[in-house]
Design a protein around this ligand. Structure first.
Ligand SMILES: Nc1ncnc2c1ncn2[C@@H]1O[C@H](COP(=O)(O)OP(=O)(O)OP(=O)(O)O)[C@@H](O)[C@H]1O
Ligand SMILES: [Mg+2]
Length: 260
């Protein structure tokens, strides 16, 4: 397998009026083409910072971050799905999904056709002409996911995309993500606070230490695919989530103590 993302010795320092904040310290991550990697770690350990650096929305202070382009020319390198759905309230659902394609100059008919296909895959086919205020939070998040996928980026970056949703909507979208990912096999870096979600979705789970974040451990998720929500009741699933929690617990305690 070829490496798709290589991050080496990434360091990020924010300058604030209160002084320097070291958000990331010697952070390393290598992701293979077609791999689904999840990152978990205590609040404030630098997960979003790392994702923003990967997305080019922020510069690292030191270290290297590379996304290796594939053979298809003209593909966007990455696309991000955030926890708070970043969709335009004045555009219809379908125009939101087609937005990135429009920015790339794709003719209207073609981009609407692609957008419609993705809307159908995330179960929103009937809502193409709705405006964001007319749909639920879970549906808005589907719009964000459909938009990111419609752009067909080299890698998909997701920062707690289901974090703001209720448990049931979240479960439904987890299954949808599993299904879509198993069809597309896109390279994904996925941040979540939920160990269960990380183990359910990921090929590998990266655990970060408390602030400032460095790598603490990596877990291979050798649970066969296709996976479904029922996978969560298997013994290997429970063993792995427990093993990750044992290590994460220490970091969460450290993060909480640092805030006192
Ligand atoms: N723009 C910024 N300016 C200054 N400090 C920042 C900025 N963004 C993040 N930080 C600090 O950097 C550290 C890492 O923040 P980051 O948002 O990356 O953490 P996180 O792991 O995503 O946390 P959470 O799980 O709560 O989302 C924190 O201490 C945070 O306060
Ligand atoms: Mg974050």
């Amino acid at each position: 397998m070829a490496a798709k993302i290589i991050a080496k010795e990434v360091r990020k320092i924010y300058d604030t009026p209160q002084g320097e904040v070291i958000a990331l310290q010697h952070f390393d991550l290598e992701v293979e083409e077609g791999e689904f990697v999840c990152i978990v770690g205590p609040s404030g350990c630098g997960k979003s910072t790392f994702l923003r650096i990967l997305a080019g929305l922020e510069d690292q202070t030191a270290g290297q971050v590379t996304i290796i382009p594939g053979k298809e020319p003209g593909k966007p390198l990455n696309n991000v799905v955030f926890q708070e759905y970043a969709i335009f309230p004045w555009k219809t659902v379908i125009d939101n999904v087609a937005f990135g394609l429009e920015m790339h100059g794709m003719p209207k008919q073609k981009r609407l056709q692609i957008a419609r296909r993705w809307l159908e895959r995330v179960g929103l086919g009937r809502f193409a002409q709705y405006y964001p205020h007319q749909i639920s939070g879970g549906m808005k998040q589907r719009v964000s996911i459909a938009r990111a996928l419609a752009n067909d980026p080299e890698v998909l970056l997701m920062d707690e995309p289901l974090g703001a949703l209720d448990a049931q909507t979240r479960a439904v979208l987890q299954e949808e993500l599993l299904r879509i990912w198993e069809e597309t096999r896109k390279t994904v870096v996925y941040i979540t606070h939920s160990i269960e979600e990380a183990v359910l979705l990921g090929d590998r789970v990266f655990l970060m230490t408390a602030h400032p974040g460095v790598n603490k451990a990596t877990f291979d998720v050798d649970i066969p695919r296709p996976r479904t929500l029922a996978t969560q009741s298997s013994r290997e699933f429970r063993q792995l989530t427990l093993a990750i929690w044992e290590l994460l617990k220490d970091e969460v305690m450290r993060a909480m103590e640092a805030q006192r």
